[in-house]
Design a protein around this ligand. Sequence first.
Ligand code: WTA
Length: 651
Amino acid sequence: MTAKGIENLLREDRLFPPTDEFTAQANAGAELYSEADEDFVGYWKRQALERITWFKEPTEGLDDSKAPFFKWFADGELNISYNCLDRHLESGGDKVAFHWVGEPGDTRDITYQELSDDVNRFANGLRSLGVEKGDRVAIYMGMVPELAVAMLACARIGAPHSVIFGGFSADSIIDRCRDAEAKMLITADGAWRRGGIVPLKDNCDEAMASTPSIEHCVVYERTKQGVPMKEDRDVWWHDLVADQSATCEPEVMAAEDLLYILYTSGTTAKPKGIMHTTGGYLTGAATTHSQVFDIKPDTDVYWCAADIGWVTGHTYIVYGPLANHTTSVMYEGTPDFPNKDRLWSIIEKYGVTILYTAPTAIRAFMKWGTEYPEMHDLSSLRLLGSVGEPINPAAWMWYYENIGGGTTPIVDTWWQTETGSIMISPLPGITTTKPGSATKALPGISAEVVDKDGVPVAPGGGGFLTMTQPWPSMLRSIYGDDERYVSTYWSQLPGRYWAGDGAKLDVDEYLWILGRIDDVMNISGHRISTMEVESALVSHPSVAESAVVGAADDLTGQAIVAFVTLMGGTESSDALNDELRKHVAKKIGPIAKPKSIIFTPDLPKTRSGKIMRRLLRDISEDRDLGDITTLANADIVAALAVQANEQRKED
Ligand code: WTA
């Protein structure tokens, strides 16, 4: 966030208290905060016992004897797919779990009974291919219901899944499958995106040439363009399930058994495999989903318009909503296909009551104009949510007025892949909101903004966001790298979880998240590390050196700006610029494509040779550069500033 943005926050004084009507019917009451303050472990244990059907109820709460390797409810036993499916069937098997909308316009309404049958058949199919409890299964699909089926089937047989976002490239599949030593890869022939086909199976074929641990690839047929199938390795989904029984005994899992790995960018080129376990994760997912979104399972139609390939989809499309017996909408494509009113037409059609989306999407809607939401009746909406990046007050107000009709509460929810579930958010019947503030930590969560010595800042101050207590849905480690887990999250300030975000505490002790303070960028709410993009760039034969920064962007929050020094004898050109951007898209995925590339004969460095990233960020955001005389190559900076200015004009 720019310095100007911070100043604006200080002036935000609009207040939105909950209405009496909302408060009267809200799931969560103010007493939860005092209950959790008194005994946070007891509070979470109560949630775990009330919200989960255990095969064996836990007697233990938090085990911190091997901190920071915390355990929650460790002597409990459960299966998460049982909690998402089986226990709902007797009374509510006919209820729709997903109103699914395909991008080309095809739709499916899938009941809990049908979802359960599909999961059981597929789970039996996985077992028939030799997948056993503890085996890692990679899943690389588009937004089809079978993606949720695959995850739940893995959970049913105790095989941890690792979902790889369908927008990632073959190289990204390789890194993740190798790190997890995945035994199986589940994919589709393709996915629809803006009318075109994302060639998922082709990407898998390319990846599987370098992932020897993968024994089988199961392919769901979606786009039907025809893909090669390798004998003995590749199996069609429909063939696999054809003769399977719709009954598959769920594996009895210990609360601390691994449920999934989800890779996320850190400050090095190697993504971190964030590990989530079963009992604590489900407790966090079900509790926050019910409290923050005020879910009424019998009447709400809930829509989390994220992709399941990110943690938001794991927790708030699959596990939280299904555990709470919710009816959800799931949409395959982009919000502007075939028209810019796609989301609003879906809301009208299904009478969606709760919408959860990201600030980048909201800013795009703003840019497109109010005519699109005005084409549809959005009066069914009663609650709106935001996630993934700081929401600027202007976008908050636009969302409130044009989508929420000036009446629905907005929950701005802060959390991370690592936290597993929402940590900081208003509770919609209780909290008075301020546009742009995620407000306060939820009951049972202890967020604190501290200075570099770990001293809590006074109201009005800013610093680093930390957590002072463990919580049930927290990550347990980084797959295969306990040391990195300790050094990344628990070593900056002893005894505290280090979120990697900057934050401000205002005079009312409301939290304002300012964004990442490390070398992780947030592009449209997606985390990408500067190092990942740099290492993709230098893998191109023409590139000698590169430095990548995230520059403030009106639409995507941050945009990737790459400064590139070419190999001697290589001339910069528009064609090379284009080629390098494509090269990064190929190496990581289209979301990591730099918005602009600035060629430079040298990068600004300190006398000890360290690249001055902060200076590059200042250049990209057109800020005053201050004193640069201590640099080894100060002359380069002025030239770069001129170039960056020209690029901005072109954009
Ligand atoms: C950012 C997404 C401001 C933050 C659930 C965090 C936010 C990173 C918010 C995690 C929010 C997420 N306000 N910033 N409401 N929500 N962030 O792991 O920088 O993809 O550290 O998890 O997104 O991104 P991740």
